[in-house]
Design a protein around this ligand. Structure first.
Ligand code: FHN
Length: 421
């Protein structure tokens, strides 16, 4: 953890052995499905619709009356994720609108008590994930636009919002997190979001994080706060950016830590279902993102926003399916690999597993060779992945030249297998 000052006390953190094991398993998985689903989906205008359209909270709450996902089928979702080659699912248990998508005693504003659907979809999802060997993670919003004890919009003084029972809000979160960690079997990760709304508040992370780790030592903690990791966290998240990059503007000055890394991105633009979008990432773009993430030693958490009827948009399903087809053939160059072998290059990147390196040429360099700068590992052989063609190479002080002669065995990623000593 980088040295940084917190507006609150933070205790030391030593991850348990279960936690360290879970971190490696997390790294090995490399690809997960992010799901943003809530009563906002009814309006088909993204998950920030209440805020963006300035809908008064009391009016917005009535969306719960129309939330009846009659076509929701956990089996279908898990199958879509599996077919896409994804190994885990991270779903919004509660987003910034404060609506709980699970059965909770802590508030009536939840899917079981406040919608005509009256069932807990996360329960079904948890059961199905367990059956199918998919890890289930819960997104959990720290920010709440509606609760009085959150006091949205209030000034923060002495670590909490003025004239607000901040302690009650912290207790509320603890109750919900306890429910999420006890009623749904094994939870891979709790993925927090919303910290950035009040950076100078005392979130009592020491209490919240130790509650999670005590209840479930193998559960990892991620927090999409856009700052350096805080003690107690196990995953460092980068939103809409690869680790170390800041095109989206969220990660200014954030350094890449030694924790497991994750990049989250969405197929369209919004995270929640949005009827107005039609520019989706293509399977090729997604594969390139996945490869580049793996090259940086990061997982890709790729989002869909299911429709209010509970279905994932068919166009997303077919995009995901194509990615899955690619992974069926090339999965060994992604799953269980480690990155940070070289900084990502214009032409692509490298992933590694033991003594095998996979050179991913995503963009043809326009030269008869690929140059890997400052490469000091002894290369024994270089072969193309698809057709197993032996390639010539030359190793010198500046780096490694692999003579590919414009190798083009497919339209997505020319992979070269390097055996090293
Ligand atoms: O405001 C949220 C947004 O709705 C979405 O949940 C993303 C996912 O990374 N995170 C927040 C923005 O940082």
């Amino acid at each position: 953890y980088a040295q940084q000052k917190y507006p609150y006390e933070m205790s030391e953190y030593t991850p348990s052995s279960e936690n360290l094991k879970a971190r490696e398993e997390f790294r090995n998985m490399r690809f997960g499905l992010f799901i943003h689903w809530g009563i906002y989906s009814v309006l088909g205008d993204g998950e920030w619709v209440m805020h963006n359209q300035r809908i008064p909270y009391d009016k917005y709450k009535r969306l719960a009356d129309f939330f009846y996902p009659m076509d929701f089928d956990a089996r279908e979702w898990v199958k879509i994720a599996k077919d896409a080659g994804m190994k885990y699912i991270t779903i919004t248990s509660r987003h910034h609108d404060g609506f709980s998508m699970f059965d909770t005693e802590a508030s009536d504003y939840n899917i079981v008590d406040a919608t005509p659907y009256g069932k807990d979809p996360l329960k079904e999802l948890a059961e199905e994930c367990k059956k199918e060997g998919i890890k289930l993670n819960f997104y959990y919003s720290l920010l709440d636009w509606g609760r009085e004890d959150y006091g949205f919009g209030k000034k923060i003084v002495d670590g909490g919002p003025v004239d607000t029972d901040w302690d009650s809000y912290i207790e509320f979160m603890k109750t919900q997190l306890t429910e999420l960690l006890t009623n749904y079997g094994e939870v891979g990760c709790v993925w927090f979001d919303g910290h950035w709304e009040r950076k100078n508040a005392n979130w009592h992370y020491d209490q919240i994080y130790s509650l999670i780790h005590d209840l479930s030592p193998a559960t990892l903690i991620a927090n999409n706060h856009h700052i350096q990791p805080i003690p107690g966290e196990d995953i460092q998240v980068f939103e809409r950016d690869l680790p170390g990059e800041n095109f989206a503007g969220y990660s200014k000055g954030v350094k890449v830590s030694k924790l497991p890394l994750e990049t989250c991105a969405t197929i369209g633009e919004a995270w929640g279902f949005n009827l107005n979008e039609k520019n989706y990432k293509s399977p090729k773009e997604i594969i390139h993102l996945l490869v580049k993430a793996a090259g940086k030693d990061a997982n890709l958490l790729l989002n869909v926003g299911p429709m209010p009827n509970g279905k994932i948009q068919p166009e997303f399903v077919s995009i995901l399916n194509e990615v899955g087809q690619w992974l069926k053939k090339y999965g060994e160059t992604i799953y269980g690999t480690r990155g940070q072998i070289i900084p990502n290059q214009e032409w692509g990147t490298i992933t590694a597993k033991d003594n095998t390196l996979f050179v991913h040429v995503l963009n043809q360099p326009g030269l008869p060779y690929v140059f890997i700068p400052q490469f000091d590992k002894k290369v024994l052989s270089a072969t193309s992945f698809d057709k197993n063609v032996k390639l010539k190479f030359k190793q010198q002080k500046e780096g490694l030249f692999i003579y590919t002669g414009g190798l083009k065995e497919n339209d997505i990623d020319q992979i070269i297998k390097l055996k090293i000593k």
